[in-house]
Design a protein around this ligand. Structure first.
Ligand SMILES: N[C@@H](CCC(=O)N[C@@H](CS)C(=O)NCC(=O)O)C(=O)O
Length: 92
């Protein structure tokens, strides 16, 4: 079965951390919903509400779990915890 985790990321066009996040998820074969908030204040507000006030991009969600930013994603990956979280967050 194809791994289809329910992953949502909020990004901006110029952001190198966002590119790194997309590259890591893509390398793992994970599909994700990307909200580019560069010119989208409504989505930006949604992101901040979901991310408990954090306003840097990217902000990453696996299912309803708030991972945080790119460095948080990488920390989970280094600990070996990311793949299991992605597996457990398959779209229902
Ligand atoms: N440690 C954060 C750094 C994220 C970061 O610095 N993002 C920049 C854009 S690349 C940012 O959001 N700057 C503030 C802003 O655009 O409001 C992460 O790994 O996600």
């Amino acid at each position: 079965m194809t791994m289809k985790p329910n992953v949502t990321i909020y990004t901006k066009g110029y952001c190198p951390h966002c590119k790194a996040t997309k590259a890591l998820l893509s390398k793992k074969g994970v599909s994700f919903t990307n909200h580019d908030i560069t010119n989208d204040p409504v989505r930006a507000k949604e992101m901040m509400a979901r991310a408990k006030g954090r306003h840097t991009v990217p902000q990453i969600f696996i299912g309803d779990f708030h991972v945080g930013g790119n460095s948080d994603l990488r920390a989970l990956n280094s600990k070996g915890a990311l793949d299991a979280m992605l597996r457990n967050a398959k779209a229902r």
